[in-house]
Design a protein around this ligand. Structure first.
Ligand SMILES: [Zn+2]
Length: 92
């Protein structure tokens, strides 16, 4: 890993997210399960909440330290639907 910022960002994510992320061209590419009507949303089991979570929303909330209003969506600035890198996530 040559990007120290990426390493620090990755280390800040919970292990059940880190375990399914591959760093590729600056993105944290989700290699785990996908969900949603068109299988476009990274999905993970949160062992603490004991429920499935949408990873992009979950990561956004963890790293920003606040919940995202359910009326809002979490999008990726990079355009990669599998990316869950905190700095690539924005709400709309
Ligand atoms: Zn990205």
């Amino acid at each position: 890993m040559t990007d120290p910022t990426a390493a620090a960002e990755l280390a800040a994510l919970p292990y059940y997210v880190r375990a399914h992320v591959q760093i590729m061209r600056g993105c944290f590419v989700w290699t785990g399960a996908m969900t949603g009507p068109d299988a476009s949303q990274p999905r993970a089991w949160d062992p603490e909440l004991r429920r499935l979570v949408t990873v992009s929303r979950h990561v956004f909330e963890i790293t920003r330290g606040r919940p995202v209003d359910r009326a809002r969506v979490v999008l990726r600035r990079c355009g990669n639907p599998r990316c869950v890198r905190p700095r690539h996530l924005v709400t709309a």
